[in-house]
Design a protein around this ligand. Structure first.
Ligand SMILES: [Zn+2]
Length: 320
């Protein structure tokens, strides 16, 4: 399919509803509100304390407005295309077939029109709002797709809306060597982390073969991820120490989906307690995913992210 035919085909989806209106499975309820506040660290008592909520302008417990999308979450069936068929999935499949296999969420905008109360039912309706022209991005050539979800309650009253923008892209490939007409396109590589004034030194550490930890020069507290200010004493003076690379698995997950190009799946991802006292997120290697367990001793090796890849990353290997 040439580009014009492809673009005509994808643009047929603009304005289409993703599927029929979706009635969210759980009515607004206090247990979900409480768990969400706990996870987000929101301690406002109008969400969880009936006595305090009664004294407030609401007169009773309400849900945090920014929880609106939570009611609409579809859960585990999301990972299996055969379980959820909708226009957006069809559209993404057309992109995949044309080689635009990468997907990355870029931004979301939301507006909340009223507080939800326990007992409210949320009904959502998602429309494919727009598809951009073809754009060249750092990840590869692609198209931005915006979807808009409108939320209303059981009486049809508007509760708010959310737009979500993703980039469907053809992952960047390394250029073939000059004059090598027969060269196969190189495999996609792992996505690069952004390096800026606050963290480039940390990534440089890997290129120098070192796992570094940021340390406050005033109170001595170690911190990670890298940031300009100490959370304990607000000092902006910092230095770094080199970690031994020894640690233990604090928690982990094994990622199977989505199959982002450039990564080998499944990927065991660990939250590693370094012996110096900070935690970092990194891949776990050296054992089967089923053998990983919390408390497992691991040791860091700094290695290229993959074959033919110059990105240096810390990998944590199970200590035998
Ligand atoms: Zn400090």
């Amino acid at each position: 399919m040439d580009q014009a035919a492809f673009e005509a085909k994808i643009h047929e989806y603009v304005g289409k509803q993703e599927g029929p209106p979706y009635t969210c499975p759980d009515t607004v309820n206090e247990p979900m509100i409480r768990h969400w506040c706990e996870v987000m660290g929101d301690e406002n008592p109008i969400y969880t304390d009936p006595a305090k909520a009664k004294e407030s302008v609401h007169g009773a417990i309400v849900a945090p407005p920014s929880m609106l999308q939570v009611w609409d979450m579809r859960g585990y069936p999301m990972h299996d295309p055969s379980l959820i068929q909708n226009a957006q999935r069809e559209l993404h499949a057309i992109f995949d077939e044309a080689g635009f296999t990468g997907v990355v969420a870029t931004n979301t905008e939301q507006e909340f029109l009223r507080y939800l109360e326990p007992g409210d039912t949320v009904i959502s309706e998602t429309t494919i709002e727009s598809i951009s022209e073809q754009k060249a991005t750092a990840l590869g050539v692609g198209y931005f797709i915006v979807t808009r979800t409108a939320f209303r309650d059981q009486k049809g009253e508007d509760l708010g809306w959310l737009t979500f923008r993703v980039l469907k892209f053809r992952p960047n490939q390394q250029p073939a060597a000059a004059g090598d007409a027969a060269a196969q396109p190189a495999k996609p590589r792992r996505i690069r982390s952004p390096e800026g004034p606050d963290n480039a030194w940390w990534w440089q550490g890997f290129r120098d073969g070192k796992l570094l930890i940021q340390k406050c020069s005033d109170c001595g507290l170690l911190r990670h991820p890298c940031r300009p200010m100490c959370g304990a004493c607000q000092s902006m003076n910092w230095e770094s120490i080199e970690a031994s690379g020894k640690g233990t698995v604090h928690s982990y997950t094994v990622m199977h989906h989505p199959p982002v190009p450039g990564y080998g799946f499944p990927i065991p991802i660990g939250l590693i307690d370094l012996e110096e006292g900070t935690r970092i997120v990194a891949n776990i290697k050296g054992c089967e995913p089923d053998d990983i367990h919390i408390g497992m001793k691991v040791e860091c090796l700094i290695e290229p992210a993959g074959e033919d890849d110059d990105l240096m990353l810390p990998f944590f290997y199970a200590v035998k």
